[in-house]
Design a protein around this ligand. Structure first.
Ligand code: F6P
Length: 320
């Protein structure tokens, strides 16, 4: 294989740049050319493809976001769009494609491969950590650190004013960010879509804490459960406690990637190149029990990642 294409797609995740850098440098080291596709599948359809040199990825390992830009392409979801994407790759002389992104990216790659036979490799990068087959996705560690940093700050003001705060975090329809950040941030309650909760029980726990002298409370809620303002309002009505809501939003996705994300992205990016060169046609890179492996893209999409129930129960016990 002489020429490899690389793109980032879906929501940006800190560490994507480190992954692009690894693809470019490892690819060139192995004697290939690496071409960057702008704005994910949207840029692929438009043929917005540029050659990347060793220097193109200099000074990027510590930067959040993605230098290749990203998008969620509706057009790539159509057969016509995918036909145009195939034509772009053909015109550019690209023989294998590495897609860095989350579930939507993996689905796009798989459908594209099924229709065209084009070799594709997926590198899991999403702050949501919701890709099956891999213990961690690139960007998750940075995002949960961002959330914990915010919780620490909220705690200062919450204690000073003796308030309750409901903190809404991202994660689409999963609670991986909420659970990890809630456990690390010492939250009184963590509300996630994977486990049903009763608002009255949440309120009773809050009141129990107040009776034993707690002066503030932090409740972390995953966006897939409901909105923080509505939950805060309900808690206020039921308990009479001054309750504020905060939606952390996109600050969770920004900032310099953590060491963990940079290392994971570097190893995964390089492995994606190795897989293409070894003749893999539709694989996903994954981290399993501390080891970098790969599986079929279809398997990665089929596997539903389980939330850590023991961690959820532990968070409850520790907030007693
Ligand atoms: O998938 C990453 C993610 O940040 C989700 O957690 C969130 O629901 C979504 O993307 C937000 O998307 P957008 O950036 O398009 O608002």
């Amino acid at each position: 294989m002489r020429r490899i294409g690389v793109l980032t797609s879906g929501g940006d995740a800190p560490g994507m740049n480190a992954a692009i850098r690894a693809v470019v440098r490892k690819g060139i080291y192995e004697g290939c050319e690496v071409w960057g596709i702008k704005r994910g599948f949207a840029g692929l359809i438009e043929g917005d493809i540029v050659p990347l040199e060793l220097g193109s990825v200099a000074d990027t390992i510590h930067r959040g976001g993605t230098i290749l830009l990203t998008a969620r392409s509706q057009e790539f979801m159509t057969e016509e769009g995918r036909r145009e994407a195939f034509a772009s790759l053909h015109r550019a002389g690209i023989e294998g494609l590495i897609g860095i992104g989350g579930e939507g990216t993996f689905k796009g790659l798989l459908t594209f491969h099924r229709e065209t036979g084009f070799p594709v490799i997926g590198v899991p990068a999403t702050i949501d950590n919701d890709i099956g087959g891999t213990d961690y996705t690139i960007g998750f560690d940075t995002a949960v650190n961002n959330v914990v940093d915010a919780i620490n700050k909220i705690r200062d003001t919450a204690t000073s004013h003796e308030r309750t705060f409901v903190v809404e975090v991202m994660g689409r329809n999963t609670g991986f960010i909420a659970l990890t950040a809630g456990l690390a941030g010492g939250a009184e309650s963590i509300l996630i879509p994977e486990f049903p909760f009763d608002i009255e029980t949440v309120c009773q726990r809050l009141m129990r804490g107040m009776r034993r002298g707690k002066r503030h409370s932090i409740i972390v809620v995953a966006e897939g459960v409901g909105s923080a303002p509505a939950i805060a309002q309900e808690i206020k009505q039921r308990t009479g406690l001054e309750t504020k809501a905060i939606i952390l939003g996109h600050i969770q996705r920004g900032g310099t990637p953590t060491v963990f994300d940079r290392v994971l992205a570097s190893i995964m990016g390089a492995r994606a190149v190795e897989l293409l060169l070894a003749g893999e046609r539709r694989a996903a890179v994954c981290l399993v029990g501390g080891e970098i492996k790969h599986c079929d893209l279809e398997e990665a999409l089929r596997t539903t990642k389980k939330i850590d129930e023991a961690a959820y129960k532990l968070a409850e016990i520790l907030a007693i």
